[in-house]
Design a binder for this molecule. Structure first.
Ligand code: AR6
Length: 169
């Protein structure tokens, strides 16, 4: 899916936040601006989030009823556990989606902006982790990968094609 995540018609959107959960630039900034001050107020009470973890808040003035805040890894060359932390972001966010019984969620390309994670590698991890989690659950969940800017969609498309070639559903 191409466009801004705040425009999508889904039950939950995922925020690529920082450890403070008190807002920032990129998609975090857009989500907070659209949600209004109530989101920041609620985030203050959450008490932060470690890289790879995920925390749930209400969506406030967003179209989405829920926001799942996660903190991606800061890219430091790829030998410092970045892949595993990024996979945890997707896994833990989806665990919240499933535990809340939500039917749809949209992810931005976590960590690929300010945090500098290479976009092709991140798309591969996103697709592989999502397929792995969903393969183990009985009820269907709509998972949207949101590409912004539009040209980033090709990283997701390629990762999906590669996963199909490997025999994933
Ligand atoms: N909708 C969807 N995706 C978007 C949007 C949008 N409206 N705007 C940007 N993106 P980034 P990070 C994409 O930098 O790398 C913040 O300051 C963007 O093109 O938002 O995880 C936080 O507070 C990129 O592909 O998040 C942290 O300090 C992706 O979202 C830090 O940035 C992620 O880019 C987190 O850095």
């Amino acid at each position: 899916m191409i466009g801004s995540i705040v425009d999508l018609d889904v039950e939950a959107i995922v925020n690529a936040a920082n450890q403070s959960l008190l807002g920032g630039g990129g998609v975090d900034g857009v989500i907070h601006r659209t949600a209004g001050p109530g989101l920041l107020e609620e985030c203050r009470s959450v008490g932060g989030c470690l890289p790879g973890e995920a925390k749930l808040t209400a969506g406030h003035n967003l179209r989405a009823r829920w926001v799942i805040h996660t903190v991606g890894p800061i890219w430091r060359g790829g030998q410092n556990g970045e892949d595993a932390v990024l996979a945890s972001c997707y896994r833990n966010a989806l665990t919240l989606v499933l535990s809340q019984g939500l039917a749809s969620v949209a992810f931005p390309a976590i960590a690929t902006g300010v945090y500098g994670f290479p976009k092709d590698r991140a798309a591969e991890i996103a697709v592989t982790t999502i397929i792995e989690v969903l393969a183990a659950v009985p009820s269907p969940v709509d998972v949207i990968l949101c590409a912004f800017p539009a040209r980033d969609g090709r990283f997701i498309e390629r990762a999906i094609i590669r996963s199909r070639a490997r025999g994933a559903p």
